[in-house]
Design a protein around this ligand. Sequence first.
Ligand code: PGA
Length: 251
Amino acid sequence: MRRPFLAGNWKMNTDRRSASDLVAAVRASADRRSDVDVAVFPPFVYLDEMARALAGSRVRLGAQNMCDADSGAHTGEISAAMLKDVGCELVVLGHSERRHVYGETDALVNAKVKAALAAGLEVILCAGETQEEREGGQTEAVVRRHLIEGLAGVSRKDAECVTIAYEPVWAIGTGLTATPEQAGQVHTYLRGVLAGLYDQELADMTRIQYGGSVKPDNVKELMSVEGIDGALVGGAALKGDSFTAIIEFDN
Ligand code: PGA
């Protein structure tokens, strides 16, 4: 039985004050809803403060990105060890904005995945096709590549610390959501890829989140789809009332 996993990716939003207010609302919501796992991914500069605000709570803290190197001359970068040091347990890697806006390749995503797991961070590995790729019938090939190349060289044991997020690029921040059928098909496909890469047991235990314009009014329908185990939420995770409505979705 996979526990639902609702995660809020704040991207480059909030300030000190709104981050504190938001995290307090999320903390209270997670206390009311003990049958789901909850995580937030604030901007780097607020992580330390958010870790203190979340001490003793059920809400887990993660970062939105990290460097693949351990330390040294990497101006502007943040290492896995630094994230651990300030209380992060997770990191999102391979988000489509990192891939498409900042040019991250599958090889770089893979190096980051391995560095994160080696440092003891759990990973949310994102996979998803663009509109053009979907229209060209490439959806399965693209998400398969994101998974296979993202997880290259990751042991089965380490793979247990990976959550997958299926995020069709055309649905991110656009208000367009994959239909439950579209999302369900890709989730089933991805679980099959995981079974091929590792084994059925690993595939059955791995949570696959859906991401892309998840909102309070569509979360219930998406979560009712077989194989959708949670959500990676952007825009609707920025307001306490909408993200708490997602955490406390009616199942
Ligand atoms: P969105 O973003 O919910 O604003 O579409 C999702 C994401 O990028 O993780």
